[in-house]
Ligand binder design. Structure first.
Ligand SMILES: [Zn+2]
Length: 464
């Protein structure tokens, strides 16, 4: 088990020790935990519907875990490990899309296997195509501002990857091969090699290995995804990312019986007690038998890329994807100017601005400003100029919410944030602003409001 601070722990040889990974302090007390899914299970959605799954004998897994103050080690099953120094940063890392600091964004990493020296441009183009595809499907397209996308350019000796069943062995960067677990279209790679490269890039939440091969194939699991770069590779990659990025399960049948472990957000162990009850009756959502395992239920008959290759998630998986994106960022709020706690004197000729920056574009959000806990009607948007608005005198705060209809239940309040308070003093503007100062009067100010009411009264009197 290898643990790097800020880098996902890598756990080797964990058969029989799965379930949860505990974070412990020096006295051995449990400070936190993260689910640790069986990394040996790999699956592939097939072009004609359905899919196949295999449980490998050995696999390397990864999980992300919070590291609270006082944490010194992690424990998984019988193994305990302490963080090692993070590996040195790797050369050849290219930022395909850089939205912001890694700690505040979701970082998606693309590796290429079987791309020879003359095919590096092809790899870059394949990654661009996949990023373009992801940006065009819901919900990722609406949240590209949360995504950093990285690519590691690495030359494989041979072009294409191995096909052991055809007797074809190729020397490639990550030793990817078809026929993994005895399944023709299942593509696996050298897990340790993939995860060690990812560790050198830094904290990443999703890993896709693109294989330069024309034959349909790929794999998904809870560790990383693989996809071929042919015609349907984009859909394969999007499906497989649903596993590693959103922790979704396959909605097709593995035809390998029942399972008693973790169900995931899109599979339920009971047709009556559904985690997606709040979606029932919407866009075909109900409870349908079989979701990976025979004893699990899925949300739609056939309306999700986790069941068959297609461009959309079912509402339940789309909601899980939005929540997963938010779960990976520390806060919807990026910054506030001035900082919370500041005194804002708007009684003079200055026209002070209170402004917050959000990680999601402001036009996708609602902003609710309050003074001393009372909502101020008519104020919206990410900034306020309190000059000439005496009603803003007091403790000013703002609540930001993502009102997306894609999320119906947000039990952990991930889609909202509060900023402030700022202690504001503002006064009624007696006359026109003095030379050089700009009056911050807005339609919602009492001056403008009373003027407007007065105008209505005058008109009524005239009409009478
Ligand atoms: Zn689904």
């Amino acid at each position: 088990m290898v643990v790097h601070p800020g880098v996902a722990p890598v756990v080797h040889g964990v058969a029989g020790a799965l379930g949860s990974l505990e974070v412990r302090d020096a006295a051995g007390r449990r400070l936190g935990w993260a689910a640790f899914e069986d990394p040996r299970v790999r699956s592939i959605a097939l072009p004609d519907g359905g899919g196949a799954a295999a449980r490998l004998e050995r696999a390397v897994g990864r999980t992300e875990v919070d590291w609270p103050v006082g944490a010194v080690s992690v424990r998984l099953g019988g193994q305990e490990a302490r963080p090692a120094a993070p590996p040195p940063p790797r050369a050849g890392v290219v930022a395909v899309q850089h939205a912001g600091p890694a700690a505040e964004r979701l970082d998606l990493l693309f590796l290429g296997d079987g791309y020879g020296a003359a095919e590096q441009d092809r790899f870059a183009a394949d990654v661009d195509a996949l990023v373009g595809y992801l940006s065009a499907i819901e919900p990722f397209g609406a949240y590209t501002s949360l995504l950093n996308i990285w690519r590691v350019d690495e030359i494989s000796v041979d072009s294409g990857v191995s096909h052991p069943d055809l007797g074809v062995t190729r020397e490639t960067a990550y030793d990817c091969y078809y026929g993994c677990g005895g399944i023709e279209r299942l593509v696996c790679c050298d897990d340790a090699q993939v995860l060690s490269t990812a560790g050198e890039v830094g904290p990443v939440e999703g890993i896709v290995v693109l294989v330069n091969d024309a034959e349909y194939g790929g794999s998904g699991g809870f560790t990383y995804a693989t996809a071929y770069n042919g015609e349907e590779g984009l859909e394969v990659a999007a499906h497989e990312l649903g596993h590693s990025l959103v922790l979704l399960r396959d909605e097709y049948s593995y035809e390998i019986g029942s399972y008693s472990g973790f169900t995931g957000s899109n599979c339920s162990a009971s047709g009556d007690d559904l985690s997606w009850a709040h979606w029932l009756g919407v866009d075909g959502v109900g409870a349908f038998e079989v979701c990976s395992y025979d004893n699990f239920w899925r949300p739609t008959e056939n309306h999700c890329m986790m069941r068959t290759l297609r461009d959309n998630y079912c509402p339940v998986c789309r909601e899980a994807a939005v929540l997963a994106l938010y779960q990976r960022i520390p806060d919807l709020l990026a910054s506030a100017e001035p900082a919370a706690g500041a005194l804002v004197d708007a009684t003079g000729d200055d026209d002070p601005l209170i402004r917050i920056e959000t990680l999601v574009p402001a036009d996708q959000l609602t902003f609710e400003w309050s003074v001393n806990g009372e909502i101020v009607p008519g104020l919206s948007g990410p900034e306020v100029r309190p000059r000439c608005q005496p009603e803003l005198t007091g403790e000013l705060t703002v609540r930001v919410v993502d009102p997306t209809p894609w999320v119906r239940e947000d039990p952990n309040d991930l889609l909202q944030s509060t900023a402030g308070p700022w202690t504001v003093t503002a006064a009624r503007c007696g006359g026109p602003p003095s030379e050089g100062a700009r009056c911050g009067c807005r339609t919602a100010s009492p001056d403008a409001l009373s003027l407007a009411l007065f105008g209505v009264l005058i008109r009524r009197r005239r009409a009478a």
